[in-house]
Each structure stands twice: as structure tokens, then as C-alpha cells.
Design a protein around this ligand. Structure first.
Ligand SMILES: *[C@@H]1O[C@H](CO)[C@@H](O)[C@H](O)[C@H]1NC(C)=O
Length: 310
């Protein structure tokens, strides 16, 4: 009897050891897999960040390489001439709205007024003393990051009302899978076309590269060629439409490039490092050309990003 008990005791011990070993082994495997997938995502995060930095460096060089072309006949980033989209009326600039045919269908991330208002106030405080009225400021209710176009003016993709509903639903489903983004303003850039841009980096959340990939899958009819680099995260703050006041450039012997460099340096000194969060993706039908930029006619569908784990 004692012998039998002893036997079964050692069997129990062996069994326990065996179970413990299995549990340890699976925990070890899980930890390994986790750390691999974590390091893969941090590697791709670093790659995207690097890609954005290089892109922004290039954008900042644009003014040196081409000079302030907007003082002649500037074109926008969408190859529309600025003189085509603004008119001077009683000394003030007004957008010259033109119907977009077919309407442009843009997917943009939205930046809330909690962030856009202080940014815009800072920019106005710094810039306004140097210019009369030849500046157009982006409406603070419409600060946005252009992500992906279902149709744009270079490659229009007409759509029926049903097709538009299908697209909007697909975008809503994408939004559910995206994690809200924490972002930081990397630099302010003035392009040779006179557009003052905020160029941002991602601290956490779904990277724009992933967002665009998901939108492409969800919108199979969208133009193959999109307007922007897949990694870019930028928002337009203002458009300069003419030269600064003569008094502003006296210090630089009327060297305009030098003047603009110092202006941008001043903006960067105050705005670089500004933190913001993004939690909405918009599907926008723009009935006027550049409606989001120029307060044109549009229809906006707003979708909350579904995941807030950060
Ligand atoms: C700014 O945009 C908001 C939202 O579309 C609009 O209600 C408002 O009228 C716009 N402001 C101007 C000055 O156009």
C-alpha cells in the first residue's frame, strides 16, 4: 500500500513538472512573438519618421531652390495657379470659387479647433505686421491633413450617389480600425508657391502610411496616382499671395528670400514641438475646387477613429 502511494506521489510530481514546463514554454513563446511584433512596429515607425523628416527637409529647400515663385505666378501643390483661385477685392483677398466637376472626394484627418485656434493666433501675431492684406488664412474650423482621394481633379472618378454612399461606408469602417494619433509639429515650411505648411511627426497611433494603405484597399476605384507622398502628415496654415510691406524687407536690403527665411525661423521658434491629437477622419465631397482650403461648398461626413489605445 505504502509503495503504491509512493509511486503515485512521484507520478504526480512528474506530471506537475511536465505541466509547469509546458506553461513556461508557451509563455516564453508568447513573449518572444510579442517582442518580435513590437520591435517590427517600432522599426517601421522609425522608418516612417525618417521618411517624413527627409520629405520635410526637401520641402523646406524648395524655397531656396525656386525662390518665392508666388510673387510671380505661383502654383499650388495641386498645380492650380494662385492667381486663379484668389481675387483682390477692395484691397482684401477673396477666394474665387469654381465648381469642381465632378466634385472632388477627399479623405482627411481633422485637427480640432482646440489646436488650430492657438496655432492660427500665433501665426497671425507673427506674420500680420509684415503684410498688408495679401494673405489667406486657413479657416481654423477646417484644419485638415489630406490622406487619400477617392477622386481628384487630375484623375476624376465620377460616382453615382449609391457609389458615394458605398465609399463613405467603407471609409467609416476603416475609421473604426484606426487608433487616434498623438502628433507633434516637426517644422513650419514656406513653399516656393507661398503656402505656409505645418509638417508633423507621429508620436503614437496609426501611422499615415497605414491609414493610406487601408483607404486604398477600401476604395478600389480611387486614382492610382495620389497627390501626396504616402508618409506625409501636413496641414496648410496660410497662403501668401504677395510681397511683404516694403518696410519689412528694409533690414535685408530687400532680399526677399532672406526675409522669408527669418520669418519661417521665427514661426518655428514658437511653434515647433506643438502637440496635438487627432480623433476624426472625414470623407469630404468638395463641390468647389479646393473647398476645404477656401471655404467652398462641401458635404462632410465625420467618423470617429475607433481605437483610443495609446
Ligand atoms: C469656417 O468654416 C466653418 C465650417 O465649415 C464655417 O461655418 C464658417 O463660416 C467658415 N468661416 C468663414 C470665414 O468662411
Amino acid at each position: 500500500m505504502a509503495r503504491v502511494l509512493q509511486w503515485s506521489h512521484s507520478k504526480t510530481v512528474v506530471l506537475l513538472w511536465f505541466l509547469t514546463a509546458i506553461i513556461f514554454y508557451s509563455l516564453f513563446q508568447m513573449a518572444l512573438r510579442n517582442s518580435i511584433s513590437n520591435s517590427t512596429s517600432s522599426v517601421s515607425m522609425a522608418l516612417n519618421e525618417d521618411r517624413r523628416s527627409k520629405l520635410y527637409d526637401g520641402m523646406a529647400r524648395d524655397l531656396d531652390e525656386k525662390g518665392p515663385a508666388f510673387l510671380k505666378h505661383g502654383e499650388t501643390s495641386q498645380s492650380l495657379s494662385l492667381s486663379d483661385i484668389f481675387i483682390l477685392k477692395d484691397g482684401a483677398v477673396e477666394p474665387a470659387l469654381k465648381a469642381a466637376n465632378p466634385p472632388v472626394r477627399a479623405n482627411v484627418l481633422y485637427l480640432s479647433t482646440e489646436y488650430s485656434v492657438p496655432i492660427s493666433e500665433t501665426i497671425k501675431r507673427i506674420i500680420n505686421p509684415y503684410f498688408d492684406k495679401s494673405i489667406w488664412f486657413q479657416n481654423t474650423s477646417l484644419y485638415h491633413f489630406s490622406m487619400f482621394h477617392a477622386s481628384h481633379h487630375i484623375a476624376p472618378v465620377p460616382a453615382t450617389e449609391n457609389e458615394i454612399e458605398t465609399e463613405a461606408t467603407a471609409v467609416k469602417d476603416v475609421a473604426k480600425t484606426l487608433c487616434s494619433l498623438n502628433i507633434v509639429l516637426d517644422r513650419v515650411v514656406l513653399t516656393s508657391t507661398g503656402v505656409l505648411l505645418g509638417c508633423w511627426q507621429v508620436v503614437s497611433g496609426t501611422d499615415p502610411v497605414t491609414i493610406r494603405t487601408k483607404l486604398r484597399t477600401a476604395l478600389p476605384r480611387a486614382p492610382e496616382k495620389q497627390l501626396y507622398d504616402a508618409a506625409i502628415l501636413h496641414t496648410s496654415f496660410a497662403r501668401l499671395l504677395g510681397p511683404p510691406k516694403a518696410s519689412a524687407t528694409e533690414m535685408h536690403n530687400a532680399d526677399l528670400v532672406k526675409f522669408f527665411h527669418e520669418l519661417v525661423a521665427h514661426l518655428n521658434k514658437e511653434l515647433r514641438g506643438f502637440k496635438a491629437a487627432i480623433s476624426e477622419l472625414w470623407y469630404v465631397e468638395e463641390y468647389d475646387v479646393l473647398a476645404l482650403a477656401l471655404n467652398g461648398r462641401m458635404n462632410v461626413r465625420k467618423f470617429q477613429l475607433g481605437c483610443t489605445r495609446n
